[in-house]
Design a protein around this ligand. Sequence first.
Ligand code: GAR
Length: 200
Amino acid sequence: MLTKTVNIAVLVSGSGTNLQAILDAQKSGIIKNGHVCLVISNNKSAYALERAKNAGVECAVFEKNAEFEQNIISCLESHGIDLIVLAGFMCILSRDFTSRYPDRIINVHPSLIPSFCGKGFYGIHVHEAALERGVKLTGATVHFVNEIPDGGRIIAQKAVKVRDNDTPETLQRRVMTQAEWIILPRAVEQISKEIMEAKS
Ligand code: GAR
């Protein structure tokens, strides 16, 4: 039987503002070819889990032990997940994991890849590095996930101007509001639509 929309799992570790942007976009109709049916976290204290519960979305938490990836895979399979969205998920997935889902995992990264990306560049550290380097433009990227950290094909990017008086925190917030929360939901809809079209 054909499912009516794409089953989406969002993987999170922290505050979950990007998850919230996806849930809001689903509510407002920006995302119509997919729906979030599962949120997975490696951190049981992640505020993202509260956001999921508030939206009535099922949650699962897995400890980072030897079975971590296998536990995630079993959970994704039991929920019939078609698309995996990494939204502030602070774990690097192995080649074994990523090769199971070619073009089915996407990630949001808070810089214009290939700047300030790869191992060690995550969260606030990305913005610290951008300010340290003195770039005048930064932004966000949504890309497919493969075995190279932040190395998969780029789906969308949006630039954000750096201000002279920016701190890592003010820049992080502006990159989120002006770029991440806009391009991530749009990319989720675009890829969901492509998956639906490929199914029909
Ligand atoms: C976001 O800025 C996201 O792009 C970044 O962490 C933040 C999570 O915020 N992700 C990475 O750095 C991954 N390399 P959120 O939990 O509020 O969405």
